[in-house]
Every structure is written in C-alpha cells, then in structure tokens.
Design a protein around this ligand. Structure first.
Ligand code: NAD
Length: 265
C-alpha cells in the first residue's frame, strides 16, 4: 500500500556563512547577538557609536580574521548609516541580514518617581530618544535595503514591551518603540515581494547596561525583572536567540510581525 506521507527533515536554524550587520554591537543584546552569530559561523558588521573594537578583536581572534569588522557610526546620521553599511559589505561581502539594536532610554529613568514626566520634559530629551530609537532604525533600514541585492534577506528591529503597554515617566522611549513597530510593519509590506522579511522584537526587562539604575528604590536589575510571570529578568543572550531565529530561514514565513519576549510581563 503506497503512503501519501512524505518525510520532512528537521534542520536547526542555520546562519553559517551569512553576513549580518548588528547595530548596538558594543554592549548588551547587540554584543551577545554578535557573539552568538559568530559562534554559528556568520560574519558580522559590528556597528555602534562606541566603535566595537573589543568585540571585533575577540571574534576575529576566536573564529579567524575576517569574521567581523567594527564600524563607528551614530545611527542618527543617515549618511553615516549608509557609509557604515557600505563598509560592512566591502569588508565581508553582500549583506544577508541586519539586527538594528542600537537604542537609548529616557535619561530620567527611575520608574515611579515624578522624574521624566512629559509635562516637564525638554524637547531636547524627547528628540534625543526619538532620533536614536526611531530615526536610527529608519536610517539603518533604508541604508540596508538600498544595499540588499539578494532574496531571502531578513531585518530585525528592537522595539520593547513598553511600546504595547506604555511606560509612565518614559513616554518618549515608549513612543519611539511603538514607532519602530509601525515602521517595521509598513516597510515589511513594501519589500515582501522582493523576498526581504522585516520583524520587530519586544523584550521585557533584560539585564544590560541600558537599565542600570532604572529600578525603583535602588533595587537591582534582577529585582526589577522579578515583576514578570517568570519572576526574573532576561539574560541578553536569551533575546539574541530570538533575533537569530528571525535572521535565519527558520522564520521564513514571518514578516511584519512583533515578537514579545518578556517573561510574561
Ligand atoms: N535592556 C532591556 O531591558 C531592553 C528592553 C526592551 C528593549 N530593549 C532594546 O534593546 C536594544 C538593545 O538594548 P540593550 O539593553 O542591549 O542596551 P545597551 O545600552 O546595553 O546597548 C545599546 C547600544 O546602543 C549603542 N548606541 C546608543 N546610541 C547610539 C547611536 N546614536 N548610534 C549608534 N549606537 C548607539 C550604545 O553605544 C550601546 O552599545 C535597544 O534598542 C533597547 O531599547 C532593551
């Protein structure tokens, strides 16, 4: 009797040989994403306002020279983003993907204090957060899309759980991240027919320098993170694994989506 079942083969998410540009690569989630990508055989364009020389040296010493290049770039500067993308391609080859993770948080970032209220916020502070978090993602995506020539490319943008829920005393940050989600959805619709996918991630509390000092009552990041269902904050590499899934062909039917990764916030 002939079977109508055809065997399906399970393969792990594979990023070996891909060229990926990571912004925010000097610290936190961008750094762990770059290190995990390198260990999986990808080449990484390490982009940050603080040139990621240390990460570059570690990757090239551990995995062989030519596996990464560090590029200093302020994502607020559109021309600098285009030049950074071109430098990555000149050094490592055609771009297969990008993780746009560079970001800043409100400077008066103590939660549940009167600091950081919109009614007292200076425009300079609003603009600082918007320019990095929202214009920065726009500048990087536009440069990356102008340079992406192949089908199958994937872009991942950093949003945040507060984009969905709001964040008292951190309204500029929350609004900038809501903008990232809308930008991601819109541009994904523009480039889907070219075989390019674009998704966003919404992390909860992740133990990185971004949130140092943010917890109320001088609590640690760990205590701050304990407010979610899993009772702890994430390690940055737990977020990086989702980023890499979205960069890989394993997520081949995901685009224009936002993936919450917040421990049940
Ligand atoms: N840590 C969290 O709890 C958390 C939660 C939700 C979302 N996020 C988002 O994840 C992303 C990564 O955050 P992280 O926690 O790793 O932060 P981080 O502070 O550890 O790293 C951010 C990196 O962005 C770089 N950067 C800042 N301004 C820049 C600019 N103008 N141009 C280029 N690079 C610039 C910094 O130099 C730094 O290396 C951010 O977009 C952040 O908003 C973080």
């Amino acid at each position: 009797m002939s079977s109508t079942i055809t065997a399906l083969e399970w393969t792990a998410p594979n990023v070996e040989g891909l060229v990926i540009m990571v912004t925010g690569a000097s610290s936190g989630i961008g750094k762990t994403t770059s290190l995990l990508l390198a260990s999986a055989g990808a080449s990484i364009g390490l982009v940050d306002i603080n040139e990621p020389r240390e990460v570059e040296a570690f990757i090239n010493e551990t995995y062989g020279s030519g596996h990464s290049i560090a590029v200093a770039c302020d994502v607020r500067d559109a021309q600098a983003c285009l030049e950074a993308t071109q430098k990555v391609i000149a050094a490592l080859g055609a771009l297969n993907g990008a993780a746009n993770l560079a970001g800043v948080i409100g400077k008066d970032r103590k939660i549940r204090t009167s600091q950081g209220q919109l009614k007292e916020m200076e425009d300079s502070e609003w603009n600082r957060v918007m320019r990095v978090n929202l214009d920065g993602v726009k500048n990087c995506m536009r440069a990356q899309l102008q340079c992406m020539t192949e089908r199958g490319c994937s872009i991942v943008n950093a949003a945040s759980v507060v984009a969905h829920n709001g964040a008292a005393f951190n309204s500029a940050y929350a609004a900038s991240k809501a903008g990232v989600i809308s930008l991601t959805k819109s541009v994904a619709k523009e480039v889907g027919s070219q075989g390019i996918r674009i998704n966003a991630i919404s992390p909860g509390v992740v133990d990185t320098p971004l949130i140092a000092g943010m917890a109320p009552d001088n609590k640690t990041n760990a205590a701050f993170g304990a407010r979610c269902a899993l009772g702890r904050c994430a390690e940055p590499e737990e977020i990086s694994r989702l980023v890499i899934f979205l960069l890989s062909s394993y997520s081949s039917f995901c685009t224009g989506a936002t993936f919450n990764i917040d421990g049940g916030w």
